[in-house]
Design a protein around this ligand. Structure first.
Ligand SMILES: [Cu+2]
Length: 475
């Protein structure tokens, strides 16, 4: 391929726009990143594990039928062992490889002592019945059969799944429940894109640490950052060759302010960037995903996540929480014998809504206040699964202005329908749109299919569990 990394810029969350932010591209040492406490060694001082990726479950003949069993399990995490929550005994859970038009059938079995369910984050599918229905509750010891049909024109890219049972989401995700979904037309037997599921966790006494009320209000951040369940794993890459990384931010609250090397971003969330955007900084809010090309370096080079300021830390009512520190996500290690991942053709974005007729405009406002404990509200209301907050007409385009009237950033996730950022260079579709403290962001949404009822919410999952979620019905 031609060198895509000719123009340095940054892809941020809505306000950064394009322009050099001056981060170095030669790795941690020269770009001013501090090393996190787990940057190069695993807990206990053991050497970091070798690279590995989750098991792949691939569809065939138009369907993927699989079992996902949720249980508390002993997991090896960066050289130590801890009790975590797992899909099929692994953290992350298996990668689901699907094609447009496929039917995904998941037999979900709940081996926990609390309810759970599963959400296919970013998939353009029905939210009704046993589809991607966030109102399903699978009780302890019970099973549920999901059947999720992808349309023939489903966007290619990386998506993910995680629990979405209100009240338990942050605890279950932080405990280890997440996995990648990739939709494309490729045959991976000849080589596959690299899956990089990034998560964070705090371990204590051989288990996932309990979190304080202050951490819930702030949005919990784990001490250890994991890539595919590993601490700063080494990925062998051939110098000068292109490697394709499909990155998922599966952290419960942590923003990933990625840098340390030059990246060519082919897309974020459901949107494709054509041509790819050359950047040396890429910020992924919780729930965001990215399709990224990197070039094999001549020297070992780390992809790092800088500590990100998301506001609220100085608020007295938040209570004391430990500061976030920089972390190494993975290390690219030169190896001339390494096989580079194939780079699939660029995909189409959803229909550009820049010039679309807007049928209706709405404003949604996030607030926090003191009630019995701190309240996290949208339009003055806490989540009620029996209330419909907004009813939208099918086959219309709406413009939503998301107003953040608080002192903390809130990443806004709408299920089912992608949101196009208004007033941005190029076409930029997101499934999670960050709304920084004290600001607003405007998006356009085509409610062009999938009648039914689903949710929108803050993807700092503690905030969602605390009530920052609403219900939208399309009809
Ligand atoms: Cu929030």
């Amino acid at each position: 391929m031609t060198d895509p990394i000719s123009r340095r810029s940054a892809i941020g969350l809505g306000l950064l726009g394009v322009g050099s932010l001056g981060l170095g591209v030669a790795g941690v040492a020269s770009s001013g990143f501090r090393s996190g406490p787990w940057a190069t060694t695993a807990p206990g001082g053991a050497a970091a594990a070798s690279w590995s990726e989750p098991t792949v479950l691939a569809s065939s003949g138009g369907a993927l039928t699989c079992e996902l069993t949720v249980s508390e399990t002993q997991i090896d995490v960066g050289g130590s062992s801890a009790r975590m929550l797992a899909y099929n005994g692994a953290v992350p859970g298996p990668t689901l490889h699907l094609r447009p038009g496929d039917t995904l059938r998941i037999h979900l079995t709940n081996g926990l002592e609390e309810p759970t369910n599963v959400h296919t984050h970013g998939l353009l599918v029905s939210a009704e019945g046993n589809g991607d229905n966030p109102f399903v509750s699978v009780e302890p010891g019970e099973s549920f059969d999901y059947e999720i049909s992808l349309p023939d024109d489903h966007p290619h890219g990386v998506f993910w799944y995680h629990p979405h049972r209100h009240g338990f989401v942050a605890d279950q995700l932080f405990g280890g429940l997440y996995g990648a979904i990739v939709v494309d037309e490729e045959d991976w037997s000849e080589g596959a894109p690299r899956i990089v599921v990034v998560s964070d966790v705090t371990l204590s006494g051989g288990a996932v640490a309990a979190v304080s009320d202050a951490e819930r209000r702030r949005g919990r951040v784990g001490e250890v950052v994991l890539a595919n369940g590993l601490v700063a794993p080494p990925l062998a890459v051939s110098p000068g060759r292109t490697e394709r990384l499909l990155i998922v931010n599966a952290c419960a609250s942590r923003y990933l302010d990625l840098g340390g090397l030059a990246m060519s971003v082919r897309g974020v969330d459901s949107g494709a960037f054509i041509p790819p955007r050359a950047v040396d900084r890429l910020v992924l809010a919780p729930g965001n995903r990215a399709d990224v090309l990197v070039e094999g370096p001549e020297r070992p080079t780390s992809l790092v996540a800088r500590a990100y300021e998301r506001g609220g830390g100085g608020m007295g009512m938040m209570g004391a929480v430990a500061p976030e520190v920089d972390a190494t996500i993975l290390r690219l290690v030169p190896d001339a014998s390494a096989h580079p991942s194939p780079v699939a053709p660029s995909r189409d974005s959803p229909r550009d809504l820049s010039d679309a007729h807007v049928d209706r405009a709405r404003t949604l406002t996030f607030t926090m206040g003191m009630g019995r404990g701190m309240t996290f509200l949208i339009d003055g209301l806490a989540f009620d699964p029996d209330r419909v907050d907004h009813t939208v007409e099918l086959d219309t385009v709406e413009e939503w202005t998301l107003v953040n009237a608080t002192m903390m950033d809130h990443p806004f996730h709408l299920h089912i329908w992608p949101m196009q950022l208004v007033g941005h260079e190029g076409v930029d579709f997101r499934d999670v749109v960050d709304v920084p403290a004290g600001s607003s962001v405007t998006v356009r949404i085509a409610f062009d299919r999938f009648p039914g009822r689903t949710v929108y919410h803050c993807h700092i999952l503690d905030h969602e569990d605390l009530g920052m979620m609403g219900v939208v019905q399309a009809r």
